[in-house]
Write a protein that binds this ligand. Structure first.
Ligand SMILES: C[S@@+](CC[C@H](N)C(=O)[O-])C[C@H]1O[C@@H](n2cnc3c(N)ncnc32)[C@H](O)[C@@H]1O
Length: 205
């Protein structure tokens, strides 16, 4: 899929070097593993996968992960890490799931970390995810709680989300609500302002 270069392309090379990103991803992964019974062979989708800070640790259990992202730079970095770690069954591709959905029933567990506030039409993305997750499958989405706009240096479509409201959006897209909880608080800069991160978990009806 051909997409316009994104600001994330330039950030991909050094994305993993930021300790607060790694710490947040570790907490999100731990929260997902606690809430979803992951097993080998489950087909995991990581939406807005970036370099794979969340998707690749899950692949250690499931052995099967597809990352999708709009940034060619992020996808290239994800794939380079997969190659280094010899993780067969794990790949990433540049794909906008809204305009290019995956096959119905092709995914068992969909996850996403810190991508949804960059996605203009949240409901359309949730519907696309609901369309590819098999009945009984899971979705777990982590993102910023509502913030005052200070988290980013550039404009983004959403200044975080109300977690309960986000779970309602997931229900409207065709999921059954399971839980929503705060799973991490990022301090940016270190010792500075606090930005809580929620994880919303639901199951496909
Ligand atoms: C803040 S980064 C998070 C990356 C990764 N999930 C992590 O936790 O490190 C947001 C990512 O979402 C991607 N993104 C933004 N809009 C997207 C969309 N509509 N579809 C897929 N990826 C998207 C960006 O390219 C970027 O890689």
């Amino acid at each position: 899929m051909k997409v316009m270069p994104t600001t994330f392309d330039a950030k991909a090379a050094t994305w993993d070097e930021e300790p607060r990103r790694r710490a947040m991803a570790m907490d999100i992964v731990a929260a997902i593993v606690q809430r979803i019974p992951l097993t080998t062979g489950q087909r995991v989708l990581d939406v807005g996968c970036g370099t794979g800070l969340v998707g690749l640790p899950l692949a250690v259990v499931t052995k099967s992960v597809l990352g999708v992202d709009l940034s060619e730079g992020m996808v290239a970095k994800f794939k380079a890490k997969v190659q280094t770690a010899h993780q067969s069954g794990v790949t990433a591709e540049v794909r906008d799931l809204v305009s290019a959905p995956l096959l119905a029933g092709s995914i068992d567990v969909a996850v996403s970390a810190m991508a949804f506030h960059h996605i203009p039409d949240v409901d359309a993305m949730l519907r696309s995810i609901a369309g590819c997750v098999a009945p009984g499958g899971w979705v777990a989405i982590a993102d910023l709680e509502c913030e005052d706009g200070s988290f980013h240096d550039e404009p983004v479509p959403h200044l975080g989300f109300d977690p309960a409201g986000f779970l309602s959006n997931m229900q409207r897209a065709g999921f059954e609500a399971v839980s929503q909880e705060r799973v991490h608080v990022m301090q940016k800069p270190p010792g500075g302002r606090s930005y809580p991160i929620f994880l919303a978990v639901a199951r496909k009806l």
